[in-house]
Design a protein around this ligand. Structure first.
Ligand SMILES: [Zn+2]
Ligand SMILES: [Zn+2]
Length: 351
């Protein structure tokens, strides 16, 4: 039996690099040689505290943003053949439940989630092969194609928020997703105010079309950040739209302080389970706030995302500048948190 390198998740703070058997694709499945696997904030959170939805049993393979080359297909697979270059979403809906039939597949009661991108090979299950495995154009690099999954969630968020031409949109958070949301809001014709930290990230926000940048490291308190953000909106009345992409309760509450009367606040970043925020009932009611939670993406969002990367309206080449070996994965999580890079690509053949 042939073997491969894989990162295995044993529990919070415990990822081990092992040599395991290369899986065989069963009927309807496809075996992909991983050519690019990317670090992601969700994997960092999973590494630190586990993840009830993504990882249900341990030890588990790990990692979910990837692209690669098909090396083997199971019985009955017609659309794909060995040698094809593909991007894959990390989940697929059941197509049977109420939410799937209601065109809200991102809320599916039975989402099938795929883990195991931090390995040399990954088997893509039948449901994902049918719904969320896409061939990528020749000119698109594997690194760029692997961004289709995270970008799909940003497409979903901006689509549900209904960002319009001329809106003033404040994006809180300058991680990869915050930057993608900035880019997509700009493409919608909005004036974007990017809040965040890290020189490279804020530079990229500018490149992506942000009109104003607020480096939060320069402000001592959240109140000062809020004041600055509001001062950049017309008559300081607050933003038409605020999109939170940090995943911390402080940022969720900060978003409520920046929005104008009648405006929209979109909560994109997932907070730690069990946490709560406080909303001023007077503000919510009399200011007619629109509060919107967004999660994940639909197969259609994923397709749109790959299209945006393919045309380079969202230039994926800006996100990944360095490829590292698999055994540096945990170090890379720290480097990302220390703002040394936006994302890293992992080469699983090197351990
Ligand atoms: Zn991700
Ligand atoms: Zn469903």
């Amino acid at each position: 039996m042939e073997k491969m390198n894989a990162a295995m998740f044993y529990g919070p703070g415990d990822v081990r690099f092992e040599t395991i058997e290369i899986p065989k694709p069963k009927a309807g499945e496809v075996l992909v040689k991983v050519r690019a696997a990317l670090t992601c904030g969700t994997d960092i959170k999973t590494y630190q505290r586990g993840h009830p939805a993504i990882i249900k049993t341990i030890p588990s393979t790990f990692g979910h943003e990837f692209s690669g080359e098909i090396v083997e297909v199971g019985d009955g697979v017609k659309r794909f053949k060995p040698g094809m270059r593909v991007a894959c979403c990390n989940a697929a809906p059941c197509q049977k439940c109420y939410f799937c039939k209601n065109n809200q597949q991102n809320l599916c009661d039975d989402l099938l989630i795929l883990n195991g991108a931090y390995a040399e090979y990954i088997v893509v299950p039948q449901r994902l092969v049918e719904l969320n495995l896409l061939e990528i154009p020749d000119h698109l690099s594997y690194h760029e194609a692997a961004l289709a999954e995270p970008l799909g969630t940003a497409v979903h968020a901006v689509r549900l928020t209904k960002v319009k031409q001329g809106d003033t949109v404040v994006v809180i958070g300058s991680g990869p997703l915050g930057l993608m949301i900035t880019r997509l809001s700009f493409l919608q014709g909005a004036d974007v105010i990017q809040m965040g930290k890290g020189e490279e990230r804020l530079e990229l926000a500018k490149k992506f079309g942000a009109k104003e940048i607020i480096d939060i490291a320069k402000y001592r308190t959240i109140e000062e950040q809020v004041k600055k953000a509001r001062s950049l909106t017309e008559d300081s009345r607050g933003a038409d739209v605020v999109i939170e992409a940090v995943g911390k309760t402080e940022a969720w509450e900060e978003a409520l302080k920046i929005v104008r009367k009648g405006g929209i606040v979109t909560f994109f970043g997932g907070c730690k389970g069990g946490t709560t925020i406080t909303v001023d009932t007077v503000q919510l009611h009399y200011d007619e706030l629109n509060l919107l939670g967004v999660f994940h993406q639909t197969p259609n969002d994923f397709r749109r995302s790959l299209k945006l990367l393919s045309t380079r309206l969202v230039d994926g080449r800006e996100f990944v500048k360095e490829t590292i070996s698999l055994c540096n994965l945990v170090d890379a999580f720290t480097w990302v948190k220390d703002l040394k890079a936006i994302k890293y690509a992992i080469d699983p053949t090197k351990i």
